[in-house]
Design a protein around this ligand. Structure first.
Ligand code: ADP
Ligand code: MG
Length: 245
């Protein structure tokens, strides 16, 4: 316990005093917990991609992010890493309930994200589950109450938020909207609007840090994205790894 407290304090100091170096070649140069670094290493992730180097340290500071980088550039770890670190820094435990939610446009993407989370998060003690339909609602309902992290598709998540007794999104610390351009292409804007309505209203404390952090990632920046960003993000930092033109 003492050892963890010391690590958390040191981590928070490194995050607070973070100034981006010219170049980052190793994950171990980022201000990350030993558990996450171990998970990355055992999954053979050693060198962060550009979107990961840029977005992870900023997200660790609690800021909302709108990140865009083309398909295949590693956006999944760009949000999974800060999500795990947020819960770890907050000493999130099994009894603290739902702490993070990732919304994916399709079941396939949700499963991929879940698999990557299980790989890099295996040295943490968080419970994680998929909410993607395809199974009886009741079966999912029974597992939901025990989950710290959910990877979900919009329709099914909304179904639970509307109908599962005791399923609470108000305490969620990190909300991720992944592949936001595809979410919009698939017509999920109304569902997303309803989902975001279930999450705690973004409160600005005296330290001006909102109680919930939202990370939005997209391969492209379409016009509709601005509407979704306005709906969900609070003073976001824009990180664009796509070459102009
Ligand atoms: P995107 O969401 O931007 O399309 P993904 O997060 O799905 O990209 O990553 C694409 C592929 O790159 C995946 O197979 C993933 O495992 C791999 N990958 C991601 N980050 C790294 C990294 N830092 N080092 C090596 N491979 C990586
Ligand atoms: Mg992706």
């Amino acid at each position: 316990r003492m050892k963890i407290d010391e690590e958390l304090k040191e981590l928070q100091n490194r995050i607070d005093s973070w100034t981006p170096p010219k170049e980052i070649t190793l994950f171990s140069e980022l201000p990350l917990s030993s558990r996450t670094l171990k998970g990355l290493k055992s999954s053979h992730f050693l060198n962060p991609t550009p979107i990961q180097s840029l977005a992870v340290p900023q997200a660790l500071r609690g800021q909302d992010i709108l990140g865009s980088a083309k398909t295949g550039s590693g956006k999944t770890l760009a949000f999974l890493i800060p999500m795990l670190e947020r819960l770890y820094l907050d000493k999130w435990g099994p009894m603290d309930g739902l702490g993070a939610v990732v919304i994916s446009p399709t079941r396939e993407l949700a499963v991929q994200t879940f698999t990557q989370l299980r790989d890099i998060g295996k040295y943490h003690n968080f419970s994680a589950g998929l909410v993607i339909g395809g199974k009886p609602l009741k079966e999912e309902q029974e597992r939901l109450g025990r989950m710290n992290i959910l990877i979900a598709t919009p329709g099914r998540l909304l179904q639970h938020l509307d109908s599962t007794v005791g399923f609470e999104a108000a305490g969620v610390k990190v909300l991720v909207l992944d592949e936001a351009d595809r979410l919009l292409d698939l017509g999920f804007l109304p569902a997303l609007r309803a989902i975001i309505g279930h999450f705690s209203p973004v409160q600005t404390t005296s330290s001006s840090r909102p109680s919930r952090q939202t990370l939005l990632f997209s391969a492209t920046q379409t016009k509709d994205l601005a509407a979704l960003a306005k709906l969900s993000l609070h003073e976001p930092l824009y990180i664009n790894c796509n070459k102009p033109g």
